[in-house]
Design a protein around this ligand. Structure first.
Ligand SMILES: [Fe+2]
Ligand SMILES: [Fe+2]
Length: 195
């Protein structure tokens, strides 16, 4: 049973980081709640939630070694993305290689859980937003986005992306181009211009 195997590995991988483990379970519970609302496959969501941060505490070197071995354009990844986001790429690789995950919804949802992308699937959106609003998160934007989810998932996604961009802009952080593209996409979608 893949979920039991992942849960066991997760407890070991995050044994020194109990709050991160709580976060992962919070993402799982939130994703399952939203998944029921939108009639999604709950197994897919649970596996994705359990795996999404499995490489969160890999060293920068380990992340890079894994990414170099898998993505031909790894230099582009390092140029575009800040180090905190590399775990999305290595998590995707671990899901594919160690756990033999073939389901595209699981893989894409892990890969895009930090920054999002334009035109995300329902699974990608649910994981992205669950990561943002799970009950252990307390920052202002999260509280705001949590209230929006019941109104409109796309509005919640747009607001999370927009707030994240503004947060990193204020701190002169590295913001990948895909974040701006995603914000543009969801802004147009909400204004009815993406037909
Ligand atoms: Fe993450
Ligand atoms: Fe996370």
């Amino acid at each position: 049973m893949i979920k039991a195997e992942i849960t066991k590995d997760l407890r070991i991988a995050l044994s020194e980081y109990p709050r991160r483990l709580e976060h992962v379970y919070g993402v799982r519970d939130t994703a399952l709640k939203l998944g029921k609302r939108y009639n999604l496959d709950l197994d897919i969501l649970e596996i994705t939630a359990l795996l999404h941060d499995i490489t969160k505490y890999y060293s920068k070197e380990d992340n890079k070694a894994l990414i170099d071995s898998y993505f031909p354009d790894s230099e582009f990844i390092y140029k575009e993305y800040n180090d905190n986001i590399l775990h999305a790429f290595s998590g995707y690789i671990v899901a594919k290689t160690k756990y033999k995950i073939k389901n595209g919804e699981i893989l894409n949802s892990i890969l895009n859980h930090t920054v999002g992308r334009p035109n995300m699937s329902m699974y990608e959106k649910v994981i992205f937003i669950s990561d943002y609003i799970e009950p252990n998160r307390t920052y202002d934007s999260c509280v705001k986005v949590r209230k929006l989810v019941d109104k409109s998932l796309d509005l919640a996604v747009f607001t999370a992306i927009d707030d994240s961009i503004q947060f990193y802009e204020a701190r002169k952080g590295k913001i990948p181009l895909i974040a701006f593209k995603a914000r543009h996409y969801y802004r147009n979608l909400l204004e009815g211009q993406n037909d």
